[in-house]
Design a binder for this molecule. Structure first.
Ligand code: G4P
Length: 529
């Protein structure tokens, strides 16, 4: 069966980490291992551009590059690996969160000296919403790092996830001797190599071999004791627990030195889940179903500014995409012919002829496709679990020329449909409030409003801490709530009622006072017309 075979070969994942933990470096090494790039440095090229904020605004080209790296597909062994980029530095946004709804598992990269950092914690929280399986890579072992036992305990305490070491480091920084593979009893000696050189490592078979003894020398007996202890006292790998996101295999290494990365990738393709069932309003859809279905989780605009080109990234959930097929845009109730979808093999945008569940294809979009939209081969179903997330930073928008206020509102609404920002219209005044997850989004919105919609705007700070979408089973309760809290309520871009809380305390107080009202930090998209 073509579909079953193709699905079983797919591994679709994202890397989650705090900035500077090494996501870009490990991505680069994974792409090298997958022969998707010839030279190290390709991914880095993007990063150097990314840091130059003012340049970035003018550099539409740069955004073209970042789109090709949005999805990186490569072959490894018998598998087709789809690595989805999660923007992390200044370009961190709601897209980062939503990308995590389109993967089947995630690799969490942790800085070996710093341990769990805030962004990692937040991204793991998002993964937990779908019980996404997590594989951990403790990076920068070539620098002085935390003791591995302490590190495992630290991750378990901080993130409430059981850690099972797949490799075990012997030393770190200057005293790094190598890593030991817990499953195969192989020992990988470490030697610092010039950066980016192709490392050819001779594995030593057996920790008890004479070769291991010689290499480890004075560290030998201590290493044997520790590994015995880890084996006896540690958790054993339980596949079900891993699939449920409660247990993580942990690898140690150095992305920069390309040390320990191959061990991660080898086992990852073996263990990581194939494309999973997906929830819809009519029950679950299996990736093996014959009929095509998929959902849009990200829209990237303006790759060719002249054409106002937008690409909608669709995660295929079942069936087979073939070039030229007709599919149903469920929200609009309309059939569309897709003949120019793109894929992202080896960092280039190329036309795609066939694609299967787990793959991401890019559809050209002229403003009709929204985040959360479902496409099917005829069925009127809508995927769930591709929500808007509560923004974390808010600004009040000030229009410089009042005559342009209509343009501004129009532009704001359209930009928010792309999903990186959200607009809120307070019930009690004419303000426009924008919310985002990363602060660069505000500059980007102002820039695009001016360039694309001819509306010049500035931002004022506003005292909003967070937002919660509100609903109630009893309409009269909601009506009463609405009357009481009018001054704190707003409608979002989809006319959904939201509470703009001024502080954590304010939110808690309101939640306590209104037990019959539901407060949600995410909102599902309306998928039907
Ligand atoms: P990010 O995408 O998660 O933000 O991290 P990135 O890979 O860009 O890595 C952040 C910094 O950490 C980079 O240094 C990178 O070289 C370094 N790094 C990544 N992995 C390792 C590792 O295994 N060992 C060591 N020692 N360093 C590592 P930088 O100085 O910011 O950039 P660059 O000048 O080296 O390019």
């Amino acid at each position: 069966m073509e579909i079953r075979d193709s699905v079983d070969r797919r591994r679709t994942f994202a890397i989650i980490s705090h900035p500077d933990a090494g996501k870009t470096t490990i991505t680069e090494k994974l792409l090298l291992l997958g022969n998707a790039i010839q030279l190290a440095g390709t991914v880095k090229a993007r990063k150097s551009g990314r840091h130059a904020k003012s340049d970035w605004m003018a550099m539409e080209k740069e955004r073209g590059i970042s789109v090709t790296t949005s999805v990186m597909q490569f072959k490894y062994q018998d598998c087709i690996v789809n690595l989805l980029d999660t923007p992390g530095h200044e370009d961190f946004s709601e897209d980062t969160y939503r990308t995590l709804t389109a993967v089947d598992s995630a690799v969490m990269v942790i800085d070996g000296a710093k341990g769990v950092e805030p962004r990692t914690r937040k991204l793991l929280e998002i993964c937990r919403m779908r019980d996404t399986p997590i594989t951990t890579f403790v990076n920068k072992l070539d620098r002085e790092s935390m003791d591995p036992l302490e590190m495992l305990e630290h991750i378990e305490d901080e993130l409430q996830i059981e850690c099972v070491p797949a490799t075990w480091p012997i030393g770190s920084g200057r005293s790094l001797k190598g890593i030991y593979r817990m499953d195969s009893d192989d020992f990988l000696p470490y030697e610092r190599v010039p950066r980016d050189s192709a490392r050819r490592l001779q594995t030593i078979k057996g920790l008890h071999s004479d070769e291991s003894k010689t290499w480890l020398d004075a560290d030998y007996s201590n290493t044997v004791d520790t590994i015995e202890l880890v084996r006896e006292a540690g958790h054993t790998f339980d596949y079900e627990e891993y699939l449920a996101g409660r247990q993580s295999l942990v690898y140690f290494g150095s992305a920069l030195q390309n040390f320990g990365v191959i061990e991660l990738l080898d086992r990852f393709v073996e263990v990581a889940p194939v494309p999973q069932m997906r929830d819809t309003n009519l029950g679950k859809i299996s990736p093996y179903e014959d009929k095509f279905s998929g959902f849009v989780f990200k829209i990237q605009a303006n790759m060719i500014p002249k054409h106002r080109d937008r690409i909608a990234f669709m995660r295929i959930c079942s069936g087979k995409y073939t070039k030229g097929m007709r599919i149903r845009h469920v929200r609009l109730g309309r059939e569309v012919k897709i003949s120019d979808a793109v894929t992202f093999m080896a960092g280039d945008r190329t036309q795609v002829d066939v694609a299967f569940a787990g793959d991401i294809i890019g559809l050209h979009n002229h403003g009709t496709i929204r985040i959360g939209d479902t496409f099917t081969e005829g069925q009127d179903v809508a995927f769930r679990g591709i929500p808007n997330f509560a923004p974390e930073i808010f600004r009040r928008v000030r229009i410089r020329d009042p005559l342009h206020s209509k343009r501004l509102k129009n532009g704001m609404r359209q930009l928010s449909e792309e999903g990186a920002t959200q607009v809120f219209a307070p019930l009690h005044n004419q303000d426009i409030v924008v919310g985002a997850v990363g602060s660069l989004q505000f500059d980007l919105v102002a820039f695009r409003l001016r360039e694309e919609y001819g509306a010049d705007c500035a931002y004022d700070p506003c005292p909003i801490h967070t937002v919660r979408w509100v609903s109630a089973d009893d309409p009269s309760v909601l009506e009463e709530f609405r009357n009481h809290l009018r001054a704190q309520l707003a409608l979002d871009g989809d006319n959904q009622l939201a509470l703009l809380a001024t502080s954590r305390h304010n939110l808690r107080l309101i939640e306590d006072r209104w037990p019959e009202v539901k407060f949600s930090s995410t909102r599902e998209h309306a998928s039907f017309a």
